[in-house]
Write a protein of this length. Sequence first.
Length: 261
Amino acid sequence: MFFKKSLAIGLLCLLSSVCWSQSQTIKILSYNIYHGEDPYQSNRPNLDQVISLIKQLDPDIVAFQEVDSMTTRTARVYGEKVDLVKEIGKQTDMAAYFAKAMDYAEGGYGEGLLVKGSPTFSTQLLPTPVGGEPRSVAWAETADQILIGGTHLCHQFEENRKAQVKAIDEAIQKQQKPVIWMGDLNFGPNDPEYTLIKDAYTDAAVAAKNEQPTYRSETFADRIDYVWYSSKDFKLVSYEVLDVPYSDHFPVLVTLEKLKP
């Protein structure tokens, strides 16, 4: 029986190009890419720099926030409409998914995921009880049933962010699987929204004892970009906030080890 199970897992890994259950470590990158434009120089693209960074780091998972798909805004920056996540996936040889949160500028705006292998993707629309911009979660499930989520919570209203944290937790609880979720959450570690995230999830920065800001402007700096993981399923190997100038956020790079059941 054990041989049959092992053989089945091996075949599944072969078909999906990567075997998560056999991998000791998983490298994760979360990055708000400012809709594919240099935030400090209007109309200047940042996609080549982002792609170069991903190729250099070689992560297994990438979650993007502030992603445009086929908008007139990308046409202004690139000379034609661009599906940003699809283009990055093509150039990095990773499975790519765009989770549209809202219609925008003749196209879409939302979240992006890149995952090695052949995951199953889906979109969760998040609640906005007091209005404001629509928000979403890009979800992926890997061949060995690891659940991966990337999101960008409301930047306008605390009540929305609280409702969105609860909605994400409810979606995870329904799945009952090892989970890694991440993104630009638009709140700091001392804000009320943070306390709503359950002890079942570990904040990678806290585990690493490295709580440096992930966003910095002339008037504001805080840690608002996170990688969370289910505490019983993973342990932290490394955590780093990368000092690169391609966006108004710094990318967060995390390596986790999958614990044996």
